[in-house]
Design a protein around this ligand. Structure first.
Ligand code: 5AD
Length: 397
């Protein structure tokens, strides 16, 4: 099993194509490739990312065929119940998006950060962590490995807010990925000027992961010294206007955050046209001012996922590693059964991964990547999920 099932192009209308996955049709936008009806492609996040030879696609589809229908059945069975918050969310997820689940690879390429967020382990005042920066070639090698050897079709490139990576450096990374090992490129690099983001879009990046952290302005300004919520929100809106898919959300369990704040934050994520919701529990880091704050309960984190699913039934919802850290055994599984339908696997080279300590005890720090992929696939199969693309998300349709 890999993290994407190839689809067959059955219709083309301008740059929107219809793709068939074992009788299910999803749409995808094609901006980069020459494609005709009958071709086989991989899509991610509603974008066509690769065209593949028919012989290769048919081989892959043959291995998938039987399993795909078995997985669908398992998922339908698990989603039959419609009582209580979590089951209702799972029911709606299944009803609107079937058993599709996307898996993104994340590469954490620098833990330098110019910000001093009170909750974050890589804040600039933390002198205890050892800082690293991957150079352009190292980043590209990590991306090549993730796409070519591990088969990822979507890559999140994440760092602290680190201006060492100039517009030119970032542009060369994105354009080389798109030319040499194309994937859906999702940037998570913090607040940069719009000119930089426009250039990166032009080079082929198509999504931004940027949480607003909390939509309560007083809390925002307390936990992100020197920052103003409205500026963050304006930036997210401008990135959407450029054309980027927006992956956004907030931290769950910040001190003084109320249940009403969480409900408002879910609404705000929707109002920001979030293509993918990303909510993670806050995990206190010992070398930050919030070290003594208790972790939120698993229920609080799961209920945010479930509420978001119920409010926005068609949404894509990421199950974050922080949720797995809250509960190593069951976090991911429960997140996926409470409305979640997307996962990230950390493909940062091992020597750097342990230094990207935004919060402590991140799961899987020493785990070999192929083992992690295997266990994730096992988990997905056990709950009947398949890596078909979730398709193009057009609001209101
Ligand atoms: N616990 C959980 N998530 C955190 N982040 C930063 N610090 C923590 C923490 N202590 C999250 C922020 C940021 C993302 C990259 O990591 O929400 O947007």
């Amino acid at each position: 099993m890999c993290y994407a099932i190839p689809g067959k192009v059955i219709q083309i209308a301008d740059n929107i194509i219809s793709v068939d996955y074992f009788g299910e049709t999803r749409r995808a936008k094609n901006e980069f490739l020459e494609i005709s009806v009958g071709d086989y492609i991989y899509a991610q996040g509603g974008f066509v990312v690769q065209k593949i030879p028919a012989s290769e696609a048919l081989l892959s589809l043959e291995t998938w065929q039987e399993l795909f229908f078995k997985l669908k059945e398992i998922d339908q069975e698990l989603a039959k119940q419609n009582k209580g918050l979590y089951q209702r969310a799972n029911f709606l997820r299944q009803k609107h998006l079937g058993n599709a689940c996307c898996i993104h690879g994340i590469i954490e390429f620098s833990n330098h950060c110019r910000n001093d967020c009170l909750y974050c382990g890589i804040r600039k005042s933390n002198s205890k962590i050892s800082r690293y920066r991957m150079d352009v070639d190292e980043i590209l090698e990590a991306c090549r490995f993730a796409v070519k050897e591990l088969n990822f079709k979507a890559l999140v490139l994440q760092s602290g807010e680190d201006l060492w990576y100039t517009k030119e450096k970032l542009a060369s990374i994105v354009s080389r990925i798109m030319k040499e090992f194309p994937a859906l490129v999702i940037l998570s690099i913090g607040e940069r000027d719009l000119e930089t983001y426009k250039e990166l879009y032009q080079k082929g990046a198509r999504a931004i992961l940027m949480r607003f952290e909390t939509g309560n302005p007083a809390l925002y300004e307390r936990y992100r010294p020197g920052k103003i919520l409205s500026e963050r929100l304006d930036l997210i809106r401008s990135l959407h206007d450029i054309g980027y898919l927006i992956f956004t959300g907030f931290l769950i369990g910040l001190p003084q955050q109320t249940e009403q704040d969480i409900l408002n934050d879910i609404k705000l994520a929707g109002a920001l046209n979030s293509e993918m919701f990303s909510f993670g529990p806050f995990i206190p880091h010992p070398d930050t001012p919030l070290r003594d704050v208790p972790k939120p309960s698993l229920d609080l984190a799961l209920s945010a996922i479930a509420r978001a699913r119920i409010k926005f039934p068609q949404s894509r919802i990421l199950v974050t590693t922080a949720l797995e850290t809250l509960d190593n055994e069951n976090g991911a599984r429960l997140g996926l059964l409470s409305g979640g339908n997307s996962l990230m696997i950390n493909v940062t080279p091992l020597e750097y991964k342990r230094c990207y300590e935004i919060y402590p005890d991140r799961v899987g720090l020493n785990e070999d990547i192929t083992r992690k992929i295997e266990s994730t696939i096992k988990l997905l199969q056990s709950i009947g999920r398949a890596p078909t693309d979730l398709g193009l998300y057009i609001r209101g349709q």
